[in-house]
Design a protein around this ligand. Structure first.
Ligand SMILES: Nc1ncnc2c1ncn2[C@@H]1O[C@H](COP(=O)(O)OP(=O)(O)OP(=O)(O)O)[C@@H](O)[C@H]1O
Ligand SMILES: Cc1ncsc1CCO
Ligand SMILES: [Mg+2]
Length: 267
């Protein structure tokens, strides 16, 4: 029988019924993340105000929360949205941007983790610090290798009962029991701001389409970025042309090409 959980089949499923995803992301990411979602075939809505974030989460297929440009008003909206998603049985994804940098961020992420995200997606520095390890991270960019974050990711997944995705040169995904690596992408990717934030939103889209399978949903979203990133990187002259080529590659990516080129291996 055909494997329904290949990245290509999950991309087909996601696009067949474009999920509405509430993306609470940062000011830097909002535009590129919305364009990434549209190019990949999902329907993003950047809704964060405390007055409406909870109500909106109940009608969305999934919710993503990113603390990149946090303020107290936004945090109130995030907490309401996460509680509402939980009540409605909708999966939600946490992106703990630079959570180690300030006390405000550390406290916010602790509160959010208590609300049981289905998936946590971060770079290696963020995941190491989240598990209580010594990370080299300072700001929003990673200063650690994904390989050094794998044990931290397994610990976090076990402790919080969630899927953890660490991104970088080769990505790592675990639910505490299973684990996979996803190779690909381009060295231009960390030179374009907020692509990780945009990926968090796309993980939300796959989780909305496959709410019972957050592990395979996460692997599929990361594989989409890896294959589209590799294609765009091969033709790009620098981060500027990479950026538009990446959107075109996402929009043009077929399920067949995704399955043929995805560098997914068991870990
Ligand atoms: N050197 C690299 N080579 C290939 N792919 C990469 C590289 N660095 C990052 N990526 C890819 O870029 C995407 C974003 O991951 P990254 O770890 O840079 O996120 P991030 O640090 O959270 O980004 P941001 O905070 O700017 O949004 C992922 O798809 C990842 O696989
Ligand atoms: C540059 C930057 N600053 C806060 S969030 C963000 C986007 C990348 O995480
Ligand atoms: Mg990030």
């Amino acid at each position: 029988m055909q494997d329904q959980t290949t990245a290509g089949n999950l991309l087909r499923t996601m696009r067949a019924n474009p999920p509405l995803v509430q993306c609470i992301t940062n000011f830097v990411a909002m535009n590129i993340a919305a364009n990434v979602m549209l190019a990949a075939g999902a329907s993003p809505a950047m809704v964060h105000a405390e007055e409406e974030a909870g109500e909106f989460a109940a009608i969305s297929g999934a919710l993503t929360i990113n603390i990149g440009t946090l303020s107290s008003g936004w945090l109130a909206g995030m907490l309401k949205a996460a509680r509402s998603a939980n009540e409605a049985g909708k999966p939600w994804v946490l992106d703990p941007v630079a959570h180690y940098a300030t006390e405000f961020r550390r406290k916010a992420v602790a509160q959010l983790l208590e609300l049981r995200p289905a998936i946590v997606r971060g770079n290696a520095s963020e995941i190491i610090a989240l598990a209580g390890g010594t990370s080299r991270g300072q700001g929003v960019d990673s200063r650690d290798a994904v390989e050094h974050a794998e044990d931290s990711a397994r610990q976090l997944a076990g402790k919080h009962g969630c899927v953890v995705a660490v991104t970088g040169v080769t990505d790592f995904v675990t639910d505490g029991r299973r684990a996979k690596r996803i190779a690909g992408g381009s060295s231009f990717m960390p030179q374009v701001t907020a692509l990780g934030c945009s990926l968090t939103c796309l993980v939300g889209a796959f989780a909305a389409a496959m709410p019972d399978d957050p592990f395979d949903a996460t692997v599929a979203a990361l594989a989409v970025f890896a294959v589209a990133g590799e294609q765009a990187g091969a033709a790009a002259d620098g981060p500027g042309s990479f950026s538009w080529r990446f959107l075109d590659a996402l929009a043009g990516l077929s399920p067949e090409v995704l399955d043929r080129n995805a560098g997914i291996s068991a870990a």
